[in-house]
Structure formats: structure tokens, C-alpha cells
Design a protein. Structure first.
Length: 314
């Protein structure tokens, strides 16, 4: 099946249903309509529960991009009621990342831009980019260089911290790249959504390689845990998989009832958070085991998650 030759415009009035499960490999059309092309709002979810145990977040806030409501929420450390981040003009926010100063970067997907909300309460700014089309995944390296999955342009771009200007990361064959993650060595990992794979772009400029996986279907979110294990939201299979850093066998993370999982994040205690897109919730998997729903009322298709980077990993 051939890909569209033009980038569809953002629909403004007709509601578009959420993705229907178990469609053929090119379920991309449904996901793109609901996620990348900025679908109209869908039905609100009931308030979440925490099975009697509110998530702790252990000293770090949890940020959630609430895609259908065009907002980003901040859950305070230790729990408590979420607050809306003071980001103006967002349309279908998706990926997020935080820098060392606490500045929050948000992929404002519907507006084809990335915005920054300063941690000190200063005014919102827009990252200087050129020609973005449906940006989704974001990642920052130790030097402060920003990587953006420029999804509808089938590329990843880098915005250097020194202000020297946007460049395109050398990759090959990407089709709607989605989540991004950097390992401790600065190697870039890209969820190559349509190609059902994750690729690695070495920090030293070496050739792109494909990460060994089994049976991925439309991968989305990426995150690194303890010891460098890579976690992947395998959205087409309604699961999250774990790829050991040492090259051991792939494992499925013990999370139940997921429906198109998206963003991933870890808190300082090592708990894993999963944006459960089609279930309108975020789930928490504590290190000690079990599964909880983060108590956030009225989420509608959460996509991105972010926690300050000082964390142990899962």
C-alpha cells in the first residue's frame, strides 16, 4: 500500500473515533487520524483509582500530556491533585522531556512546533525549528541538544544547544518515527513506528543499526531503566517489552489490560509509568510488583510522560 503523497491538514470539526484495535499493519491510518492529525475530543474517562494506594512519585513530579484536552498536567511529588501546566495554545501535545533546570519541552504536535515552559515560571518560548510536520518524540542529551522525531517528514532533527541551527540526524528508511530515547553513552534510539522496529543511531557517527526485537508492532514510547535496559511501548500488541542491555532475551513487562500504550517514564524509586492511550489512564508498575492506576480524573488519551531525569530505573 502506498503512503499518502501529501500531509493531511488538521481537522477542526468532524469527530474522529479513537483507533480500532486489530486492524492490519497499516493501522497507521487510524492512529494518524486520532493521534497525528489531531482528532476531535473523545468521550471523557471516569476518574482513575489507585487500588487504595496512591502513587508516591518519590520526590519527583510526573507530567502527562493530555492529548484530547490540549493540556499538560503536573502531578506533585508524593501525590495530590494534578495541576495544569501553564502552556498556552497547545494543540494535541504529545512527547515531553525535561532539562536539568526543570524546563519542560513539549511537542505541540498539532501546531508543528516544540514549546518550552521554564521551570522558574518565566514566559513560554518556542524552540527555533524549520519545517516540522507532526513532531512527537523528544529527547535531550547531556549537552542540552534537543532531538525531535519529525514524524510526517520521516526524520529526526537535532537542535544544538549552542544555537548553531537545526540539523537532520543521519538515518535511513524511517517511516513516521515516534518515541526517542538516549542511553548513557549518548546513543539515540528511535521508535520507527510503521517499520515495526527500533533503530540505534550511534553517538560517534557510526552507521544506524536495528535493535534486535521479536514481534514488535507499531512501537511508540521508549525509556531506559536500571542497567541500561530499554523499554518499548509495543502499541500494536498492547504491551510493553523490556530489552536487556546485555543482549539477553526480550521480555514482556507484567502490565495487564493495556490498550495502545504510548509514553513511558520512570520515577526516582524506579517505578515505571505507562500512558495507556486507549484506556484514558496512566498506570504505575512499582519495583516491588503490582500494578496501579494513577488517580487522575478525566484523562482523555494520554500520550507523553516525563519525570526529572535523576532516577534509578526500573
Amino acid at each position: 500500500m502506498s503512503r499518502p503523497t501529501t500531509t493531511p491538514s488538521i481537522p477542526s470539526a468532524p469527530p474522529v473515533p479513537k483507533p480500532v484495535r486489530r486492524q492490519p499493519r497499516w493501522r497507521l491510518a487510524a492512529v494518524a487520524a486520532a493521534l497525528l492529525l489531531c482528532a476531535a475530543p473523545v468521550a471523557s474517562a471516569a476518574p482513575g483509582t489507585a487500588d487504595g494506594h496512591p502513587p508516591a512519585h518519590d520526590g519527583a513530579p510526573l507530567y502527562i500530556s493530555d492529548y484530547a484536552d490540549n493540556t499538560v498536567l503536573r502531578l506533585p511529588p508524593g501525590g495530590g491533585a494534578p495541576v495544569t501546566v501553564a502552556a498556552s495554545g497547545l494543540t494535541r501535545p504529545t512527547g515531553m522531556t525535561l532539562d536539568a533546570s526543570g524546563d519542560l519541552y513539549i511537542a505541540d504536535t498539532g501546531n508543528n512546533r516544540v514549546v518550552v515552559v521554564p521551570g522558574d515560571g518565566g514566559p513560554q518560548t518556542v524552540v527555533p525549528t524549520t519545517g516540522l510536520s507532526r513532531p512527537i518524540g523528544l529527547a535531550l542529551n547531556a549537552a542540552g541538544d534537543l532531538y525531535i522525531a519529525d514524524s510526517f517528514n520521516d526524520r529526526v532533527v537535532k537542535v544544538p544547544a549552542d544555537g548553531s541551527g537545526q540539523v537532520t540526524v543521519p538515518t535511513s528508511g524511517l517511516l513516521h518515527p515516534d518515541g526517542l530515547a538516549l542511553d548513557r553513552a549518548g546513543n539515540l534510539f528511535v521508535a520507527d513506528f510503521v517499520n515495526d522496529r527500533v533503530v540505534k543511531v550511534p553517538a560517534d557517527g557510526g552507521p544506524q543499526t536495528t535493535v534486535p526485537t521479536t514481534g514488535l508492532s507499531q512501537p511508540t514510547g521508549l525509556a531506559f531503566g536500571r542497567g541500561g535496559d530499554l523499554f518499548v511501548s509495543d502499541s500494536g500488541n498492547d504491551r510493553v517489552v523490556r530489552l536487556p542491555a546485555g543482549g539477553g532475551p526480550q521480555r514482556t513487562v507484567p502490565a495487564t489490560g493495556l490498550n495502545s500504550p504510548y509514553g513511558l517514564a520512570f520515577d526516582p524509586a524506579g517505578a515505571l509509568y505507562i500512558a495507556d492511550f486507549n484506556n484514558d489512564r496512566v498506570v504505575q508498575l512499582p519495583v516491588r510488583g503490582g500494578q496501579r492506576t494513577v488517580p487522575v480524573a478525566g484523562l482523555r488519551t494520554p500520550v507523553g510522560l516525563a519525570v526529572p531525569s535523576e532516577r534509578e530505573g526500573y
